[in-house]
Design a protein around this ligand. Structure first.
Ligand code: SF4
Length: 342
């Protein structure tokens, strides 16, 4: 059983499994970056896997750890190798140049292009070519308890994902029941959607065992997805643009960042080790809390006592700053490992 009964815990473990084991049932490991709760205005996915070109991903590092939004991408991707007036260098964006000028200044502040002033003109030059680092995008919907009604509720969204084909593959991840034929296979899901089951060792959920002693969940492909990439994908500039923006958001927010959106500074916030993953646990609720409920508005939120901050607390039980530091460090380690994959 995954930690607590919150889908959030399951989602974190799916992300962790993807980081260590993608693509499924293959000995080839690809450079992946994994992000949660990402998508478009119309559709948000639980887990987004960006399969990357290893050299491209390493080259992307030159543009910093933060995401490049659509305005910055317009500047960075089109910045010339030699100094040039920005209006000569960049294609007309389809909106007023003054917004481009603001984006040029932002890009210069982030040191992702160089600028200089010639008279009243601003010239730009690239710091490096923006790399072609995104190979494929995979969307995963997490539904640990995939019964018939959950499958019905999901089915429409998955059909939408298959039809819009913004991702190259669509999967559902669910908890394994251990049956010879997984019930998920019998549910009414679109045939193009892959089904992945994750098995958890019951003993693994207990907190506090020695590091590395517990196995990670194991993943099994019950049904392979069809690749839904349209035949004319290479010529579809709008699709490429949307996917790159999505990948950039994953780059900036990925690698399972939750320490900034939850409340590790609450006295009830704990981390429980689950395999090689650290999953939040709420001592007040006595379960794995969701990201949404772990907020300042939570009725049980209590700031950690100031006295805690003066002690060197271990992982469990705070204090919040130590937990944040730990999560930041682990996130940076995973990021480095993914970028160094070759
Ligand atoms: S009491 Fe509320 S804010 Fe505190 S850890 Fe639990 S869920 Fe988060």
């Amino acid at each position: 059983m995954y930690p607590g009964d919150a889908e959030f815990g399951f989602e974190l473990l799916v992300c962790r499994w993807v980081e260590t084991s993608w693509p499924p049932e293959s000995t080839r490991r690809s450079a992946v970056l994994v992000s949660r709760q990402l998508g478009t205005r119309e559709r948000r996915w639980d887990t987004v896997v960006v399969e990357c070109d290893p050299e491209g991903l390493a080259a992307r590092r030159r543009f910093g750890e933060r995401e490049l939004d659509s305005d910055l991408l317009h500047v960075v991707r089109n910045a010339p190798a030699e100094w040039s007036w920005y209006r000569d260098a960049l294609p007309h964006p389809g909106y007023p140049w003054r917004y481009v000028r603001a984006a040029v200044h932002r890009a210069a502040d982030r040191e992702v292009v160089e600028t200089r002033r010639r008279g009243n003109r601003i010239e730009i030059r690239r710091v490096a070519p923006y790399p072609d680092w995104v190979r494929r995008i995979v969307a995963v919907e997490n539904k640990p308890d995939l019964d018939a009604s959950a499958a019905r509720a999901l089915s429409g969204q998955l059909e939408h994902d298959v039809e819009t084909a913004l991702a190259d593959e669509v999967w559902v991840a669910t908890e394994s029941t251990g049956s010879r034929i997984e019930p998920a296979l019998l549910e009414d899901l679109p045939v193009d959607v892959g089904i992945l089951t994750l098995s958890f060792d019951d003993d693994v959920g207990a907190a506090g065992e020695a590091e590395g002693a517990e196995p990670d969940p194991t993943g099994t492909v019950e049904w392979y997805p069809s690749e839904v990439t349209p035949a004319d994908a290479g010529r579809d500039a709008e699709r490429r643009r949307r996917r790159l923006e999505l990948a950039e958001r994953a780059y900036g927010r990925g690698w399972r960042s939750y320490h900034e959106t939850m409340r590790p500074d609450c006295r009830h916030f704990e981390l429980r080790r689950f395999g090689r993953a650290l999953v939040p646990h709420c001592a007040a609720k006595r379960r794995s809390q969701t990201a949404a409920e772990c907020a300042g508005s939570c009725p049980e939120f209590e700031p950690e006592p100031p006295a805690w901050r003066s002690r060197g607390w271990p992982i469990e039980g705070g204090p919040g700053k130590g937990i944040k530091r730990l999560l930041r460090r682990r996130r940076a380690d995973v990021r480095e490992r993914a970028i160094d994959t070759d």
